[in-house]
Design a protein around this ligand. Structure first.
Ligand SMILES: [Zn+2]
Ligand SMILES: [Zn+2]
Length: 347
């Protein structure tokens, strides 16, 4: 009889349920990971609140675990049984146009059918075990607190975003929004040698950003954000702007804040998905570049793990707490509070 494992699935709005399913078996070229903990991200929060997804939803894509079994044909010098690893759960087909170009975060098949074998839907990190190919695992240092490993994935998303902007020493970078993604953008931009300006309404978040090294913070409720950024940059506008908020009106402001040759990244999806006006003449005259960023690439995941392993990015102040899977309702309710950053469920 197959061994069993517990998973934490969502079966409807505000209904996380512990279920027992067959424990997955690694094939000869796969690795079995015992999951230590998985953080709750926006995707899982949205499904928890709305119940809108194909049910049962098995969420969890910010995953840390340790290797318990390697298939007989796995060849790697990077990790061994017992090692703690960060897990990338994103699906990449390896054969599509984008995968072939090394831009596998744009894979045409990403996030498809990740928990199909369990009869569930979703990335599958809220489980005791997961089977993954070795190239989706990164060894974490033994002295790194295990909880920090769950930050690999969100930090990797941010590294992918920052890579698109080619920040130079002394650049002025604006980060709009002081949620976890805004904080990571600020921290990575600081490491890249920029002066970072954060626009954030909430005072506690602004204070935290400053504690974490942000040079200037302001509230867009108290100041005209575009005018203030121009004032701070000698009238030019910023070299780089990251918009981590969901509002279409803010996306338009992000473009206005950038100076000539400025790079603007629409990091977040926008809700409602309304189009924004775009002044083609202003683009013509300024050579601004407007782009987006989605999911982590293999390269950005690698960068994120290096930043964490070497202590160059310390996520400690962004970790709100660790909950047992039996306390899942409390964990989800805590995670959706505006004053919390990351909440981890332990397995
Ligand atoms: Zn995430
Ligand atoms: Zn692909």
């Amino acid at each position: 009889m197959a061994e069993k494992m517990k998973v934490l699935a969502i079966t409807g709005a505000k209904s996380p349920v512990i279920m027992e399913v067959d424990r997955p078996q690694p094939g000869p070229k796969e690795v079995l990971v015992k999951i230590d903990g998985t953080a709750i991200c926006t995707w899982e929060q949205r499904v928890y609140v709305t119940g809108k997804f194909k049910m049962p939803f098995l969420g969890g894509h910010e995953v840390v675990g340790h290797v318990v079994e390697m298939g007989s044909k796995v060849r790697t010098r990077e990790f061994k049984v017992g090692d703690r690893v960060a897990v990338s759960v994103i699906n990449t087909c390896g054969t599509c146009y984008y995968c072939r170009r090394g831009e596998e975060n744009l894979c045409v098949d990403s996030y498809a059918n990740l928990s199909e074998d369990l009869g569930m839907n979703g990335p599958g990190g809220f489980a005791e075990y997961k089977v993954v190919p070795p190239e989706k695992l990164w060894k974490l240092n033994d002295d790194l607190p295990w909880e920090y490993g769950t930050f690999s994935e969100p930090l990797a998303c941010v590294c992918n975003s920052v890579r698109k902007t080619d920040i130079k020493l002394g650049d002025d970078v604006v980060v709009i929004g002081g949620g976890i993604m805004g904080m990571f953008h600020m921290m990575v931009a600081k490491l890249s040698g920029a002066r970072v300006i954060m626009s954030e309404i909430d005072e506690a978040r602004r204070k935290l950003a400053e504690e974490l090294g942000c040079d200037i913070t302001f509230s867009p409720k108290e100041k005209d954000a575009v005018a203030y950024v121009k004032e701070l940059t000698g009238g030019r506008g910023a070299d780089v702007v990251f918009d981590t908020t969901v509002l279409p009106a803010v996306a338009a402001q992000a473009i206005d804040m950038a100076g000539k040759m400025g790079r603007v990244v629409m990091y977040s999806s926008v809700i409602p998905a309304d189009p924004i006006p775009l002044d083609a003449n202003a683009l013509h005259g300024s050579e601004k570049v407007i782009t987006g960023s989605v999911s982590p690439s293999i390269q950005s995941f690698d960068t994120a793990v290096r930043l964490l392993n070497k202590g160059l990015i310390n996520p400690q102040k962004l970790l709100h707490g660790v909950f047992s899977k039996e306390d899942a309702v409390e964990a989800f309710e805590t995670s959706i509070r505006p004053d919390t950053y990351r909440v981890i469920i332990k397995f």
